[in-house]
Ligand binder design. Structure first.
Ligand code: ASP
Length: 407
């Protein structure tokens, strides 16, 4: 049986077993979760996280060294960031549109009296931008600061490209390190069905379905927004800009989407999503290794959709209507918030706090959506990484076409 099929079965079984657990008494779920699901899931998660930093570092160094020409790097960088900004803005508009049509905040009673939420602070955007160049690259590698790792790797890659023959040895060393890492990803991928099953069953069993209640409409709005963005925005990009069939794209990228779904972390899923893009979709290695790690940190369309829906939802629950300028502010703050925050579970809520503060909505409103956020986090993470892969695919295809023309 192919790996994709196995993962699909694991995903379905994970959802069924997870839902089954929500009906079982906690004396049944708790030991199974503590002694089976959580350890199996956590071991899988650790296995992939173990190689995130090395693979991002090594593949960006190699990709940059392989491009050779720094102006080409600039062009790809420009295309990537433009693609990310435009798709995030579209995602926010879709989220706002769906929320205004479905009006989830008027669809039930909400306990705003007891709502409490302690907002964590996010780093100021200017600080994040300045700190992209790390003062201590080893510190960046140790703490897994993705933007700093990307910057450091770019510098090393450019140096290797310029020095050419003089650094042939270290270039070769990076190539060999890359071989090792790819080999490891392929091995780890074989455990994905088990890991995904355990993570999904545990997450759904833990979240419970009783939290849904009056939040059902909010969830429907977020999920609908995610579906529209995937089927319209990305599919159009793949079809028009990538000149490919979106279904083929989704089939090839599915293993990564399911791992994104089970881990709720774009960063942790990186090794798998880069592998899927390069091997199943034929994305150029030099492009995938730059575009996808960058996207895992700065491009989160699924999260943007959730923030848009949540903002409208909270404004409806507290009956504080949003002005047009507030809506523009939501788009601006949500886009900027994603730059400084890494793709890890639940980070979307921290970003949402920033958006709410900016337009003067009560941050405690987040308490209302926390209960159902775990499941939505799984779904939006899948979309987040799909956005990164779409960008990589489209840019790689246009680069291939340009090369073919030059020949
Ligand atoms: N978990 C998401 C990600 O890693 C971010 C979020 O929306 O919380 O992409």
């Amino acid at each position: 049986m192919s790996l994709t099929k196995k993962i699909l079965i694991a995903l379905i079984l994970g959802v069924i077993v997870g839902i089954g657990f929500t009906f079982a008494p906690s004396e049944v779920f708790s030991p199974v979760d503590t002694y089976v699901l959580t350890p199996v899931g956590q071991i899988f998660l650790n296995l992939i996280m173990m190689i995130v930093v090395p693979i991002v570092f090594v593949s960006i160094v190699l990709g940059t060294a392989g491009l050779g020409d720094p102006t080409k790097l600039g062009k790809i960088g420009f295309q990537t960031i433009s693609f990310y900004l435009v798709t995030t803005a579209i995602a926010l508009v879709i989220g706002l549109g769906v929320a205004y049509v479905l009006e989830p905040g008027t669809a039930g009673t909400f306990d705003t009296e007891n709502a409490e939420f302690e907002a964590e602070s996010t780093p100021p955007v200017m600080e994040t931008l300045i700190n992209i160049i790390p003062d201590n690259p080893f510190g960046a590698l140790a703490s897994g600061d993705m933007l700093q790792i990307i910057a450091f790797a770019l510098f090393i890659g450019i140096a290797i490209a310029f020095l050419g023959e003089k650094t042939a040895g270290i270039h070769r060393l990076f190539e060999q390190a890359n071989e090792i890492l790819i080999w490891l990803v392929n091995i780890i991928m074989k455990t994905a069905p088990y890991g995904a099953f355990a993570l999904i069953a545990s997450a759904i069993g833990d979240a419970g379905l009783d939290a849904i209640g009056s939040m059902a409409m909010y969830m429907v709005a977020v999920i609908l927004g995610l579906i529209i963005h995937a089927t319209v925005t990305y599919s159009l990009a793949i079809w028009v800009l990538g000149k490919a069939n979106p279904l083929t794209f989704y089939k090839g990228f599915f293993p990564a989407m399911s791992v994104g779904f089970s881990t709720s972390s774009s960063s942790a899923t990186l090794p798998i999503s880069m592998r899927a893009a390069q091997e199943n979709l034929g994305v150029k290695k030099s492009i995938s290794s730059f575009v996808q790690p960058l996207g895992a940190t700065i491009n989160m369309d699924g999260t943007a959709i959730m923030q848009a829906v949540a903002t409208v939802f909270i404004s409806q629950v507290y009956a504080i209507p949003l002005e047009f300028t507030d809506i523009l502010m939501v788009v601006l703050t949500a886009t900027l918030a994603s730059i400084g925050t890494a793709g890890v579970p639940s980070v979307g809520l921290i970003m949402l706090a920033m958006v709410l503060q900016q337009i003067g909505l009560p941050v405690e409103g987040i308490a209302l959506i926390v209960g159902v956020d775990r499941i939505l986090d799984m779904l939006r993470t899948s979309l987040n990484i799909t956005g990164d892969a779409t960008a990589a695919y489209v840019i790689s295809e246009s680069d291939k076409r340009k090369e073919a023309k030059q020949k």
